[in-house]
Write a protein that binds this ligand. Structure first.
Ligand code: ADP
Ligand code: MG
Length: 534
């Protein structure tokens, strides 16, 4: 029981209890889902997001981008956005679906609460439904074969950009994921973060290019240093070649003019020593993190070694992986064993800027050259590639696929509706509610394609009754079709994560029965509105 005294401790806090709290939270979740539902599916529309401060605009069809850029205050909405971001990280796709499912699960739960079902019971029912649905998911899934991977990556990009670019990006992502895939204890694995991106504004997006190595806006150290289009040996130095400074602070009192000359000579000898050690390895290309002294530059040129300096550590690491070299910390200690191999070194000029392109012989890292005619376009291509890459890497780990076009969700809903009566007690109602939430996906896909949501869901239900769970709605022609033939395929992990993630998010909102809003201190200035005034 909350005593008077306890209440007074919360006097500067706004508080909502029980059903009011739930109603508010569900309203916030639904509002958020409404903001992204029109982007779902191949006929989903784009959104233009305008930043209040700088006026920067983003044009996107990507649910998670819309949400992450929205300035949302409501704590429940923030929880949903976090869930959508988690889906993006874990599965690389299915973010809009997750938010829509969560909001639908909550909406249906609220209806049950209104007729007297306890939230705890709904939670139990939702957990049973989710577990059963995931089991059934395995039964529906098929192992991907042929160009299923490409099709499922393309499905994940549906609605984003034009068909040509979509196919191109999907192919690049599959190529990158398969090049980067390797065996780990639990099976196969590919790391999407091993692809670095560089922007090249001006050319069309379809000319975006994947390089098995490093591309950087950088010119060689000396104009006479040569390119190696046929490849050679590379040495990577995690340091520089400059005059060594003494480790301690000393003041030298020069008593003899010869002393300076001698000091200089010693330093020069030290540099010469280091360059000779580098040259002795027989390398053709040297990439260095720090600077290179002018004298060293001349010596390297004479030794026929092409050199690039001031390359950041992550890029050097990528180079080390793709060329199989070992990074050296002190040039004087460089050995033949440290060398790696590159298959070509070329330079390209884009928009007046020289770029170096080093292609490695190993598959440890890649660079995607993102092309487009505007910054907004390149950003969208880059996000599209990230989605595609997330999905492609997911498929390396788990190559099972499921039908898209609302087929999987419809099949699960049908399955759960049959399963519900086998459970005694009120959980049955929650399992039915879960099925209803899953149906929202084919419903919204139809709605976004300008079709009647009700009729399409009924039509799909009937079609699955006779043709099985792989029958879905092809929104490009409005037909009910076999999704594998139509090429509308989704990775198992995307669909599975969307369902379990939405269930967890909905349950955590359902559990809240008390929301305490701390009143804001009036002395805290509102920076945003102040900034926009001037
Ligand atoms: P999300 O952020 O959830 O991935 P998308 O906007 O990418 O949202 O839409 C994905 C949904 O669109 C999936 O349910 C997928 O099956 C569906 N989809 C993709 N292509 C088609 C198509 N041609 N016909 C019908 N549904 C499609
Ligand atoms: Mg998608």
């Amino acid at each position: 029981m909350v005593t008077q005294e306890h209440e007074s401790l919360l006097s500067d806090t706004e508080r909502t209890h029980g059903r009011t709290a739930l109603r508010n939270n569900v309203a916030a979740a639904s509002a958020l889902a409404d903001a992204v539902r029109s982007t779902l599916g191949p006929k989903g529309l784009d959104k233009m997001l305008v930043d209040g401060g700088g006026g920067e605009t983003i044009v996107t069809n990507d649910g998670v981008t819309v949400l992450e850029n929205a300035e949302v205050e409501h704590p429940t909405a923030k929880m949903l956005i976090a869930q959508s971001s988690a889906q993006d990280r874990q599965a690389g796709d299915g973010t809009t679906t997750t938010v829509i499912l969560t909001a639908e699960l909550l909406q249906n739960a609220l209806e049950l609460v209104n007729i007297g079902v306890h939230p705890g019971l709904i939670e139990r029912g939702y957990r049973i439904a989710s577990k059963e649905a995931i089991n059934e998911l395995s039964n529906i899934s098929k192992k991907s074969s042929g160009n299923d991977s490409l099709k499922s990556v393309m499905t994940s990009l549906s609605g984003k950009s034009d068909e040509g670019v979509r196919e191109h990006l999907s192919k690049l992502a599959i190529q990158a994921a398969s090049a980067l895939s390797h065996e780990v204890e639990s099976g196969m694995y590919a790391d999407a973060s091993l692809v670095k991106k560089i922007l090249d504004k001006g050319r069309p997006s379809i000319e975006s290019e994947l390089v098995s190595g490093l591309v950087l806006a950088k010119d060689k150290l000396h104009s006479e240093m040569k390119m190696y289009p046929k490849g050679g040996k590379i040495l990577i130095l995690d340091g520089g070649i400059s005059r060594r400074k003494p480790d301690i602070d000393i003041n030298l009192k020069v008593t003899d003019t010869g002393m300076i000359a001698e000091l200089n000579a010693q330093e020069l000898a030290d540099i010469e020593n280091r360059v000779s050690a580098i040259a002795a390895t027989g390398c053709n290309l040297l990439c260095v993190r720090d600077g290179i002294d002018d004298d060293a530059r001349e010596m390297l040129l004479k030794a026929g070694i092409t050199c690039y300096r001031r390359i950041e550590k992550p890029e050097l690491e990528l180079l080390a992986r793709t060329t199989g070299s070992t990074m050296v910390h002190d040039a004087a200690l460089a050995k033949v064993d440290d060398l790696g191999e590159f298959t070509s070194l070329t330079s390209e000029n884009w928009g007046g800027v020289t770029h170096m392109k080093i292609v490695g012989s190993m598959k440890g890292g890649m660079t995607l050259i993102v092309r487009g005619t505007s910054k907004a376009r390149m950003d969208e291509v880059s996000r599209g590639f990230d989605d595609a890459m997330g999905v492609a890497c997911g498929l390396v780990r788990d190559p099972r696929v499921l039908p898209g076009g609302g087929a999987t969700q419809m099949a699960l809903a049908r399955f759960l509706r049959k399963f519900a009566p086998t459970v005694s007690g009120r959980e049955q109602l929650a399992i039915d509610a879960f099925a209803g939430a899953l149906e929202s996906i084919p419903r919204i896909l139809a709605e976004n394609a300008g079709l009647s949501p009700l009729d399409e869901v009924l039509r799909l239900n009937a079609a699955q009754e006779s043709n099985g769970p792989w029958t879905g709605l092809n929104m490009l022609n409005g037909e009910t079709e076999e999704m594998h033939d139509a090429g509308i395929i989704e990775p198992f992990s995307v669909t599975k994560n969307a369902i379990t993630g939405a269930m967890e998010a909905a349950v955590s909102v359902l559990r809240i029965d008390d929301v305490l809003w701390a009143n804001q201190d009036p002395s805290i200035p509102d920076w945003k509105s102040e900034e926009s005034e001037d």
